[in-house]
Ligand binder design. Sequence first.
Ligand code: SF4
Ligand code: SF4
Length: 367
Amino acid sequence: MRTYDEREVLFSRVALEKGTKEYDAFYKKHPHLRTVDDELRGKNFRDALKGSSYYKRVYLPLLKENKEYIKRVFFAGYDQKVSEDRVDLDPSFKEQLKEITRYFGATDVGFAKLTDYEYYSHLGGLSEELGFDTYGEKVVPRYKMAIVYTVEMDKEMINRAPHIEELLETERAYVKVAEIASKLTMYLKSLGYKAFGNNSEYYLGPMVPIAYDAGLGEIGMGNHLVTKEYGDRVRIGAVFTSLELPVDEPVDFGLQEFCKICALCMINCPSHSITHKTREVNGRTFYKFDDQTCYGMWLKGGTDCGTCMQSCPFSQGMDLEKVDQMKGNPVLMQELFDEHMDKYGRRNYLKGKLPIVDLKEGKNGRN
Ligand code: SF4
Ligand code: SF4
């Protein structure tokens, strides 16, 4: 079994400062990553957003304020004390926790058991914005269960990828994920159970494999969680807790086979970061992915691109009755894929041209 290490995540790597002992230690161990990481280091992709100074002045704070808001929301849950008056919850109520998580704003919910391998072995310092100095800190697995949830992102906004609407919608979903995490954390603590709400500023473990374990979807060629209903047009959140819960099983609706027919995310990726080659990590299939070229694309475009998300047929909506029957049925899979292509085509807005967000001075931002 292999643990995930947040120090290996690209955002942790490119935040390292040259000449520090953390930088030297990391690249001594991973010398093949140094050259390209150095090119990507110290840059904020949002700085590359194309547009008039007025446009940037008005829209960029909208995104920046999200971080500040998530910070405040996070500490509301984090700082709350666990009630000493613990309520013993009966099994039927535990199932209701899914409804309560939906009530807080989640789209879908599942429960997963956490082993030590679902936690990061070490933190990569990404919670610095919250005031934590965590780089290199060993993660102690304190919780055995995770309440895992998705937040759907608006289709029309995501279909504007790689333009700024996709970034706005992704960030809106991260905010929603943080709000749900905090509400749920506070609720569980008030019932007498320990809880930690993961959010985009502070993760104790990687969300995709945990969401897979909780039965929320499968892992597609783009390395995202793909759900039957919304494709990878979702953000994932998880609250880790000491409350024992019934565990959900991973689902297999045939996505692995469908991806081999489809490959639209791979074909449409402007930086050729997605591959069809797979690798197994802890019994889960991931596709080999080039995080450096992907982030390089963000730095060129000024958004987090998202073309892979809007390319996925499941993100556009599929005939769910057929999806439920497609596993082991390549003819039906081809039919579903053909139906998608007839309706939507390849959905590639890029056609290899840069800059991808081409706003003219004085225009309102839409092109
Ligand atoms: S975000 Fe864009 S560049 Fe990155 S993998 Fe997806 S399509 Fe490719
Ligand atoms: S776009 Fe196609 S290949 Fe990529 S994850 Fe979705 S179904 Fe799989």
